[in-house]
Design a protein around this ligand. Structure first.
Ligand code: CTP
Ligand code: MG
Length: 178
């Protein structure tokens, strides 16, 4: 496969997860998922940064981007999934759920490490949502998701995440640029 085609297909594949992970910054807020509950170490289960509204907004963003890709890509030259537009919607749902589950797991581990809400952690903030998103969508995309592809997406995600947080900080959406 042409390298440029490979890169474009991988970007299209991961896009619903990126949207899922960023939309909660805009649409999140309200009741925390953990209901304020604490773990045995006295720290919060997930913390106030993980809200119910943010979680569902993230999953829906994944579905929406998946559906959009289904409309634009199914049956065309840039097909990433077999099975037509419904498969893209399902992939968006899986990527959204995976990204939000990875995001939650990351916060859970950060709290266990004693890291306060909003403190940066390379692995928890940037790579865990990717890992779970890829794991969830893998059954639909095993052909494209080789080891090289996963490594490429890890590097891409690192740079996209750093860039997006700087932009969100400049726009006043996030207090800190990470
Ligand atoms: N957010 C949300 N619900 C989610 C995930 C995120 O409402 N499930 C919102 C919160 O306002 C959060 C912001 O998006 O503060 C940024 O998300 P993130 O960086 O993942 O959370 P942090 O506040 O940094 O908290 P943590 O240390 O737990 O990652
Ligand atoms: Mg954060």
């Amino acid at each position: 496969m042409d390298a440029a085609v490979w890169v474009i297909e991988l970007v299209l594949l991961i896009l619903p997860a990126y949207f899922a992970n960023s939309v909660p910054v805009l649409l999140g807020g309200g009741a925390p998922i953990d209901g304020g509950k604490k773990w045995s170490d006295g720290q919060r289960l997930f913390g106030d940064g993980k809200t119910v509204r943010g979680f569902f907004a993230g999953v829906l963003a994944g579905v929406a981007i998946g559906a959009l890709e289904g409309l634009l890509l199914a049956g065309g030259n840039w097909e990433i999934y077999q099975g037509g537009a419904p498969t893209y919607v399902l992939a968006g749902f899986l990527l959204g759920c995976g990204a939000m589950a990875g995001d939650l797991l990351g916060s859970f581990i950060k709290r266990r490490q004693g890291l306060a809400r909003g403190k940066p952690s390379l692995v928890m903030d940037q790579l865990l949502f990717l890992a779970l998103a890829l794991l969830f969508v893998y059954p639909l995309a095993s052909g494209l998701l080789t080891l090289e592809a996963v490594l490429f997406l890890a590097v891409l995600t690192y740079f996209v995440h750093v860039g997006a947080n700087v932009v969100a900080n400049r726009l006043g959406l996030k207090k800190v640029p990470w």
